[in-house]
Design a protein around this ligand. Structure first.
Ligand SMILES: Nc1ncnc2c1ncn2[C@@H]1O[C@H](COP(=O)(O)OP(=O)(O)O)[C@@H](O)[C@H]1O
Ligand SMILES: [Mg+2]
Length: 220
């Protein structure tokens, strides 16, 4: 279970241009949930997602996954935490250009303890789950937006994380493709994954089982 209590985050603390992005956020997400975090641009959604993904720190309150207080982990333990628990899909796909689809999906495995000889099999399984195993050898530059997003999702799940975080995963997609990507998340959720999607797209939010609204760094 994810448990966030009175979470605070200030960028550029102490400087004249400091920004209090999260002002005391509390919520829990249970295993197996499909949750949307919604809110206007600048509300603090990405900040929250980056903290949940352990790629940014917080400066007040608590973020616990099961019994681990994530803020207390050192760099090495944080890296292990990310690898063991989190699959993150950042805004705008963040694929490595010039790599093939399967090469992109295999990247997280290099930071795990997975034996090298299993990379291909695991990457193909992830690609199958998102419905593009037939594109494995294709150059990512040659894919459509929806296909790129599927690659990003496959890369996020290849390490078999406990939960999946996605930041505006349909922001660059048309409505039909959005529907297809929502279906991919729904299927992953059905297969047992906890999924948290940050979005300002109501079509996406309505497809989730619960929404958490944040406004100006607070739960609305
Ligand atoms: N790296 C950063 N440095 C300074 N301020 C930031 C940084 N990232 C976000 N902010 C500020 O924090 C607030 C919340 O931003 P963000 O979490 O990106 O919102 P959202 O994803 O909901 O649009 C905004 O005021 C934004 O300008
Ligand atoms: Mg954002």
């Amino acid at each position: 279970m994810i448990k966030v209590e009175d979470l605070n985050k200030t960028y550029n603390k102490g400087k004249s241009f400091e920004c209090h992005a999260l002002k005391g956020i509390s919520f829990t997400v249970d295993e197996g949930e499909l949750v949307a975090i919604i809110g206007k641009s600048g509300a603090g959604k990405s900040t929250l997602l980056h903290i949940l993904g352990a790629i940014d720190n917080y400066d007040g309150g608590s973020y616990r996954l099961n019994d681990t207080e994530v803020g207390e982990l050192n760099q090495k333990k944080l890296a292990e935490f990310r690898n063991a628990h989190v699959g993150i899909i950042l805004q705008d796909f963040a694929l490595v250009e010039g790599y093939s689809v399967i090469e992109n999906v295999m990247i997280p495995l290099r930071f795990s303890k997975t034996p090298r000889k299993e990379y291909k099999k695991l990457a193909m399984e992830a690609l199958k789950q998102v419905g593009i195993d037939d594109l494995a050898e294709k150059d990512v530059n040659k894919l459509s937006g929806g296909q790129k997003q599927r690659v990003a999702i496959a890369r996020a799940i290849v390490n078999n994380p406990d939960f999946i975080l996605a930041d505006e995963p349909t922001g660059a997609l048309d409505t039909v493709t959005t529907e297809q990507i929502i279906d991919v998340f729904k299927q992953l959720n059905k297969a047992g994954k906890t999924v948290i999607i940050v979005t300002h797209d109501m079509q996406v939010a309505e497809s989730c089982n619960r929404t958490i609204t944040i406004s100006d760094g607070l739960i609305a």
